[in-house]
Write a protein that binds this ligand. Structure first.
Ligand code: 6PG
Ligand code: NI
Length: 185
């Protein structure tokens, strides 16, 4: 079915139009995600960490379609770890994805099958390819809201359970004020 276009505000990354859905993730949704669980609990539970807007022109899980989204991550830290997304593998492991940074500064954290974790600095205009079979998460390392657009296959899905069970092998932490990828102990 041919769908009406939606609109991206190129300054803020905000999506508008028919079929755009918004999900908010506050600190209370992010239990077990940060290394320092005590610090997370000490912060305001309703504090917004990130917002995801998604445009699904076809049903989720349908083969052959593409989804479009925008994620905005607030600046902040939990302990010495930057505000970040939960992170996931795609349920259909052989599905990749693109990210395009619109505003702010951050890090795309990627972990391959061998649990090797790297991070790519994100800045306005940077385009990142998330390969298939790769866990991905984004952290906001700057003082402004970090916003990126994404495009991914409509049958990719989300495997959050594996991240909850196994985590990433490294975390992006603020060490002497500098974003540093530190192996998780
Ligand atoms: C996706 C994208 C992206 C991601 C958000 C929030 O597959 O849909 O990777 O839209 O979902 O940035 O991250 P989490 O899904 O890990 O919370
Ligand atoms: Ni994804």
């Amino acid at each position: 079915m041919i769908r009406a276009p939606i609109q991206v505000d190129l300054t803020t990354g905000e999506l508008s139009g028919n079929g755009v859905q918004t999900t908010i993730r506050t600190l209370c949704h992010l239990q077990g995600i940060f290394r320092d669980e005590k610090s997370r609990q000490a912060l305001e539970a309703e504090k917004v960490v990130y917002r995801v807007q998604a445009f699904h022109p076809v049903r989720e899980g349908e083969e052959g379609g593409l989804f479009w989204g925008a994620t905005s991550i607030e600046p902040g830290v939990v302990g010495d770890e930057y505000f970040m997304t939960k992170g996931h593998y795609h349920s259909q492991q052989n599905r990749g994805e693109y990210y395009l940074t619109i505003a702010g500064y951050g890090g795309l954290i990627l972990m391959d099958q061998a649990r090797k974790t790297v991070y790519q600095p994100m800045r306005p205009g940077s385009v990142h390819y998330v390969p298939a079979h790769t866990a991905h998460r984004v952290a906001n390392t700057g003082g402004l809201v970090l916003t990126f657009l994404a495009c991914w296959p409509s049958d990719a899905g989300y495997d959050y359970e594996r991240i909850a069970a196994e985590g990433f092998s490294a975390r992006l932490r603020k060490v002497s004020g500098v974003p540093t990828l530190v192996e998780d102990s």
